[in-house]
Design a protein around this ligand. Structure first.
Ligand code: ADP
Ligand code: MG
Length: 338
């Protein structure tokens, strides 16, 4: 974009003033938002503070051609999914952004527009951050704060042998959307392509479901599926000192995903179960206790919840995926960076 205005023409403080400060809002708990050396806020006496952070790195988590409007919304949503998994209410965030000085201003404006849209949708706003020049990739770190009632947060560590395992929504769409983008999957129908891409680019944080689960006091353990169903179930197992058995026939897949398996074979299941970025909630509940909860989830939050297996005794604390009664061997167990 020759002649286009770049970040360098606006400068660090211009950028903060023009793009980020206007995203702040009045909030009786926030004494000082963007504009001082540190933000000052309170949390209600009966609540605990939740905090989570995620970094999106250009070239690793997104391509340089990713639409910045989408990128900003995704950056917020992946953090929101963590607050949802704890059963909390998201409130405020810090935004750290490293961006090359020659970045077109338009890119940043679209990024700001995405933050504004997601902020309004989920009722969160920035209370500070950091803005630095990058000689390489764009790096975006959002640190989100939320609140939850005292001792109410849903952790990974409480799963008990005999618990039933549940997951929200559908699993594997995002991994298929990513495979398509990377060129390793050809999606035949245009409609399926749009759906799978959307599921990868714009996850839906299950905040209302997380709050419902937390209020019910029923889940013994909960996690959001960011690294892959098997890996994240493994995190519950490790934290709780248990094993788990899930049945592939019970795992909820979208119609679009099922069509890919029909077209390309069951090897795709491995990608779907380990690919990650589903951002669905995975949780365990004592046997016989979840019927009402599943009905409430559908009725009050519009989210389908499906029972997929149970928590079992195990020495290695690793989940087993059964297919026709036999353990599947899954090559990748989930996304890791190293
Ligand atoms: P300091 O040098 O004291 O760390 P800065 O000059 O980096 O402060 O930032 C000035 C103010 O703007 C601070 O309140 C900071 O939190 C806020 N800020 C800086 N960058 C961002 C950003 N990307 N998003 C939101 N707020 C930001
Ligand atoms: Mg600074």
């Amino acid at each position: 974009m020759e002649g286009a205005k770049t970040l360098a023409s606006l400068g660090e403080f211009g950028l903060i003033r023009e793009l980020f400060t206007p995203l702040g809002r009045k909030d009786e708990l926030v004494d000082q938002g963007i504009g001082d050396d540190a933000a000052v806020f309170s949390i209600p006496r009966t609540q605990q503070l939740l905090t989570t952070t995620d970094t999106l790195l250009e070239g690793i988590h997104f391509n340089s051609d990713m639409d910045p409007f989408l990128l900003a919304r995704k950056a917020l949503r992946v953090n929101l999914a963590d607050i949802a998994a704890m059963g909390g209410l998201p409130k405020w965030y810090l935004l750290s952004i490293a961006v090359p000085p020659n970045k077109p201003l338009e890119w940043l404006e679209e990024f700001g527009r995405g933050l504004k849209e997601a902020g309004e949708q989920y009722d969160v706003f920035p209370i500070g951050g950091d803005t630095v020049g990058s000689k390489g990739p764009v790096v975006i770190t959002i640190t989100l704060f939320g609140i939850v009632g005292e001792d109410r947060a849903m952790k990974r560590s409480g799963a008990q042998v005999g618990d039933k395992i549940f997951v929200s929504g559908t699993i594997g769409d995002s991994a298929l959307g990513l495979s398509q983008r990377l060129g390793s999957l050809q999606v035949r129908s245009r409609e399926d392509l749009v759906y799978l891409k959307h599921r990868h680019q714009l996850p839906e944080p299950r905040l209302a479901l997380g709050a419902l689960l937390q209020e019910s006091s029923l889940p013994h353990a909960c996690i959001d599926v960011s690294d892959g169903l098997v890996a994240d179930l493994g995190h519950i197992c490790a934290a709780s000192g248990v094993g788990a058995e899930i049945d592939v026939a019970k795992i909820p897949f979208s119609e679009a995903a099922k069509r890919q398996v029909a077209d390309h074979g069951e090897a795709l299941l491995g990608i779907m179960l380990t690919g990650g970025e589903d951002y669905e909630l995975l949780f365990t509940v004592a046997p016989g206790m979840a019927e009402q909860l599943v009905a409430d989830a559908a009725e009050k939050t519009g989210v389908m919840v499906t029972e997929i297996g149970q928590v079992v005794k195990s020495d290695d604390h690793k989940p087993v995926v059964l297919k026709d009664g036999e353990a599947m061997s899954l090559s990748g167990q989930g996304w890791t960076h190293f």
